[in-house]
Design a protein. Structure first.
Lengths: 588, 197
């Protein structure tokens, strides 16, 4: 064991760290100011929105007030006039370029008003321009200049109040103006084209006339002295027409004038050939001429006719038709001339016969007139009936005469020879002359009305075209004679008063007279006696008159007469009834 | 006068706006409540944390003192051990001197014994100093620990109070924002309603 101890086995204790807690500051979340800032921000936003909304409302209200102001104070004519002249300041038209909403609204509304006025005036001007354009008084250049000047002026004035209104006005005027300008261009174009077409048309007409003149010669001689056919000339004209119409730039026109040219050429050929064919030389023998046409021979127009036969047979048919028409026309004229001479002869014959009839036989005058009558042209009077015509006048057959006159009215007797044929066979020469006069009268319809009316009033059935068998001793014939005599009396009385009555007026007067007579007391009394002739008031038959049954009329009188037979009393009753009927009919 | 469809729609719009304003009010109250709860919780949590920190600091301080005491005792034990070793060594010196026939209380053996005593006492003195130091430092550490915890707690509580104040302020602001929005909604709806009527 060691005996020595060394010190230093113990060391001084070291000083350690103090085990203290390091104080640390805790983080504070400053949410309060943040929330307040957010609240303030929100409030600022709200206030901002509220103020914006309030300003917007205020602006709207001010705008409304501005519009209201303009509505209450419409722009005056002086202001409009000044604005038209470009003077817009100091006119109460609102603040131009101002920020004030009221003033802006006034300016906007005023611009609308001005725009309306300007547009109205602009339209008015454009309408006048359009009328001028349509009347051909204004050219497109003038229209364009006027529209531009007007639009620029108005637009400039308007723009100084409100640019937007100015732009809109310009657009509107451009739309309207374009229509007018378009119309001007169209009218100008149309006019120009019409002028060119008219010129072309005139040239075309001249050309076709020249062509027709050349065609009428049958051929033509060119500048070298060579004779050429008309078709060659037609080719030149045809090309010319096509070229000129194509220059006009209208395909339809080219087609139209090509067609017109072909038609004109065809007509020219037809006319030229027809003219040649209707010459006196060719008209003398139509059959020969027709044969010549078929053979292609028409004198100097033979080449044209032959060309037509080969290329256009329709034209040949037309030429033939034209020739036939010309022949027929010439024949018709000749026939008409003959007929006219015959009519004149007939009229002269009637005149002479009227003078002859009253003259006594053997008088020199009568002989002279008869010699004149026989000297009339052939057909004026049938020689075969001359003896009968000049024979002493008898009564003639009344029924034949009646039916003759009726036939004239009904147009079954239309020719004088039908009347001449009846002379000596029922009618006298005088009656024949009366019938001829009636046939030649222009207003036979009224005469027919009078004659037919008298027949009807006399109880004669009148059916157009039918023949009536009339007993000259019969009651109807008597009545007709009475009524005709009355008609003559009425006409004489009117003539005495210087009046001229138409047959219809005469008939009406006859009817009136007849009605008056039938309504007279005597006629009524006669009718009462007829009604009470056979029966008493209680309906029982009177003594000896029970054979009269039914009503008594003019129609059933013949039946009653037959029923009476040879009974003297009954025949007396019939006679009495007849007298009463006559009185009841107003025929006293 | 019959109510027109337009007036009905306007009325419905007004009702809708009123409902929206009420919803905004409710939302603001909800937010306010939420902030107030956060404020209260912040304070409560701060208090709890302070209490816990204090308890922890007390325990730690106790342990620190105890650890210092044990350390001081260990240094005393080490001093005693040094002294025991010195006595054994000196006994050996004396034995050897005796064996060699040297006078034990004289001469070199005495000098050796004295040197041994001196050297041992120097170490014992250091060990004693260490024990004292350990004891003193233990107290100091425990005190510092408690004091720093107290400071920290104070600071935390103060911060929590400030945070709660922030939440309270935010709650008021939220409430106010909600009210403003609700009023604005109504204020905006009324003129619209009147325009449509």
């Amino acid at each position: 064991m060691a005996t020595r101890i060394e010190s230093g086995q113990m060391q001084v204790r070291s000083v350690g760290n103090a085990p203290i807690v390091q104080v640390q500051q805790q983080q504070i979340d400053y949410v309060g100011p943040r929330a307040e800032a957010q609240a303030a921000g929100t409030m600022a936003q709200i206030l901002d929105r509220m103020s914006a909304s309030a300003f917007a409302d205020a602006a709207t209200m001010r705008k409304e007030e501005g519009l209201q102001f303009v509505a209450s104070n419409p722009i005056s004519q002086e202001q409009v006039q000044l604005a038209k002249d470009g003077v817009v300041t100091g006119l109460g038209l609102g603040g131009v370029g101002t920020q004030n909403i009221f003033e802006q609204a006034v300016a906007k509304a005023r611009s609308f008003e001005l725009s309306g006025h300007f547009e109205m005036e602009g339209r008015n001007e454009l309408a006048k321009l359009l009328a001028d354009v349509e009347a051909g008084k204004a050219s497109s250049e003038q229209v364009s200049t006027k529209i531009k000047t007007m639009t620029d002026g108005y637009s400039k004035s308007l723009s100084s109040v409100d640019a937007e209104a100015g732009i809109k006005f310009r657009a509107t005027m451009a739309t309207h103006g374009n229509t007018v300008l378009n119309a001007a261009y169209t009218a100008e174009l149309k006019r120009e084209k019409a002028q060119r077409i008219a010129k072309f048309d005139a040239d075309f007409d001249n050309g076709t006339r020249l062509l027709e003149a050349t065609i009428s010669q049958g051929n033509f001689v060119d500048s070298t002295g060579q004779t050429r056919s008309v078709d060659e000339l037609a080719d030149i004209f045809r090309k010319n027409v096509t070229t000129q119409s194509m220059i006009l730039g209208d395909a339809a026109l080219q087609k139209e004038y090509s067609t017109k040219f072909e038609l004109a050429l065809r007509n020219a050929k037809v006319n030229a050939v027809t003219k040649e064919l209707t010459s006196d030389a060719n008209m003398a023998d139509p059959e020969q001429t027709l044969a010549n046409i078929r053979a292609g021979s028409a004198g100097k127009m033979s080449p044209v006719l032959q060309s037509m036969i080969v290329n256009d047979f329709d034209s040949v048919a037309k030429v033939t038709a034209n020739f036939m028409v010309a022949v027929n026309t010439r024949k018709s004229i000749a026939d008409e001339k003959r007929a006219g001479l015959k009519r004149e002869g007939e009229a002269a014959a009637i005149n002479l016969l009227e003078q002859i009839f009253p003259l006594p036989d053997g008088s020199p005058k009568k002989k002279q007139l008869i010699s004149q009558l026989t000297a009339l042209p052939e057909g004026s009077i049938p020689i075969g009936t001359l003896k009968d015509l000049l024979a002493p006048s008898g009564e003639g057959n009344a029924a034949v005469n009646f039916n003759l006159l009726n036939g004239i009215y009904n147009n079954t007797i239309t020719r004088p020879d039908q009347i001449w044929g009846l002379v000596g066979k029922g009618i006298t020469g005088k009656q024949a002359i009366d019938a001829l006069k009636l046939l030649n009268t222009e207003d036979r319809r009224d005469s027919a009305t009078l004659d037919r009316g008298i027949s009807q009033l006399a109880g004669v059935p009148v059916v157009p075209g039918s023949v009536v068998v009339l007993d000259p001793k019969g009651e109807e014939f008597k009545r007709i004679s009475e009524l005709k005599a009355e008609a003559l009396q009425i006409q004489s009385a009117a003539a005495a008063e210087g009046k001229t009555l138409t047959p219809r007026q005469v008939l009406i007067q006859i009817e009136d007279n007849l009605l008056k007579r039938r309504n007279s007391e005597d006629a009524k009394a006669a009718q009462r006696r007829i009604d009470e002739f056979a029966k008493n008031a209680d309906g029982s038959y009177k003594n000896g008159r029970d054979w009269i049954t039914g009503p008594v009329t003019r129609d059933n009188l013949p039946a009653l007469r037959q029923k009476a037979g040879n009974d003297a009393q009954k025949l007396r009753d019939i006679n009495e009834l007849e007298k009463l009927l006559k009185r009841a009919e107003g025929r006293n | 006068m019959a109510i027109t469809p337009g007036q009905m729609t306007a009325g419905a719009g007004l009702l809708d706006a009123y409902a929206a304003s009420q919803a905004q009010q409710a939302q603001s109250i909800n937010t306010q409540t939420s902030y107030l709860l956060q404020a209260r919780d912040t304070l409560a949590v701060a208090e709890v944390r302070a209490d816990m920190s204090e308890q922890y600091a007390t325990i730690q301080a106790g342990r620190t003192i105890k650890r210092a005491e044990i350390e001081a005792q260990n240094y005393q034990i080490a001093g005693n051990t040094l002294l025991k070793n010195m006595r054994a060594t000196n006994a050996s010196v004396r034995a050897r001197a005796a064996a060699s026939g040297v006078v034990v209380g004289e001469g070199s053996n005495l000098g050796i014994q004295r040197e041994n005593v001196a050297a041992t006492m120097r170490d014992v003195g250091i060990s004693d100093l260490n024990a004292l130091t350990a004891r003193v430092m233990g107290f100091e550490d425990a005190s510092a620990m408690r004091q720093s915890t107290e400071y920290q707690n104070y600071l935390n509580t103060f911060t929590a109070q400030r945070q709660a104040g922030q939440y309270t302020q935010a709650a008021s602001a939220s409430r106010m924002t909600g009210g403003l929005l609700a009023n604005a909604t109504l204020a905006k709806a009324v003129p619209t309603f009147l325009k449509a009527m």
